[in-house]
Design a binder for this molecule. Structure first.
Ligand SMILES: [Zn+2]
Ligand SMILES: [Zn+2]
Length: 270
């Protein structure tokens, strides 16, 4: 009996891997590496999402805790050449110096790494890296690019293009529409629910946004549970994913079926 159980487990794992490899060719896969916010309620890492299509992976945002989940679950990020950053708050970009170290010391990276984000991205990331590790250098080029709202950029050697849009969080915070030629997802990063976001949502196969607040709070630039409930109810054909939340917010309301609050390391395929 035990042997049967073991063989079933092994078969399950190999079948899962085969299916997963095939899906990498035909579908867009989203791995929610970090679904928490700056205070990491219930141990969930700050923002990090890995998007894969046609054997290419890109990363959107990289919190200081993201690497822990990547290493714990042995996620292979050796093929990642592009990181995109929504805004320069620590829970969205503060893990980059550790990612660079990991790529140097654990992965032996030699190829350039491209980091795209809002204005000042190069200055701020370089300053943070040098503050944490004075004098550090890397055997690969770090290539920074600024992107502005409405710019569209093709990410070289991947099927992905990204189009930036303005969000309402910091002066230069951005969201991205990510297109692999077949499917379209959007990631808003931190924001309030703006008219532009309400326009973009129905154009996407998946809409990844935030839900930080149980109720709206004046002058706090985040989305609340009732607001995301309305967005999901009005866009039933779109799968809506709420990250940057805590457990109380996630449990504060009966959610529509097209809305999910994933935990760290949830995988979605579209
Ligand atoms: Zn923020
Ligand atoms: Zn945040």
């Amino acid at each position: 009996m035990m042997t049967t159980g073991i063989w079933i487990s092994i078969w399950d794992i190999s079948a899962f891997r085969v299916i997963f490899r095939i899906l990498r060719y035909v579908a867009m896969k989203i791995l929610f590496t970090g679904t928490g916010n700056a205070v990491c309620y219930t141990g969930r890492a700050g923002a990090c999402t890995i998007i894969s299509s046609n054997e290419s992976d890109i990363i959107c945002d990289f919190s200081p805790q993201a690497l822990l989940n990547i290493e714990k679950d042995r996620v292979d990020i050796s093929g990642v050449d592009h990181i995109i950053i929504t805004h320069l708050h620590g829970d969205h970009f503060g893990g980059l110096p550790y990612l660079f170290l990991y790529m140097r010391d654990a992965l032996g990276r030699k190829n350039p790494l491209y980091v795209t984000g809002p204005s000042r991205i190069q200055t701020i990331v370089e300053q943070l890296t040098q503050l944490l590790y004075p004098g550090i250098s890397f055997p690969f080029d770090l290539v920074f690019s600024e992107i502005n709202p409405d710019d569209t950029v093709e990410l070289a050697s991947t099927p992905f293009s990204i189009k930036a849009f303005k969000t309402d969080h910091t002066d230069d915070s951005l969201g991205f529409i990510i297109n692999d030629g077949e499917k379209k997802i959007a990631i808003t990063g931190d924001t309030t629910l703006t008219p532009e976001i309400e326009k973009i949502c129905p154009l996407c196969d998946m809409f990844i946004t935030e839900c930080t607040l149980i109720e709206p709070i004046a002058n706090v630039k985040h989305i609340s549970a009732p607001e995301i409930f309305s967005l999901a109810s009005e866009n039933k054909e779109v799968k809506i994913v709420a990250i940057h939340s805590d457990e109380k917010t996630a449990k504060s309301i009966q959610w529509p079926e097209n809305l999910i609050f994933p935990n760290d390391m949830t995988i979605e395929i579209i």
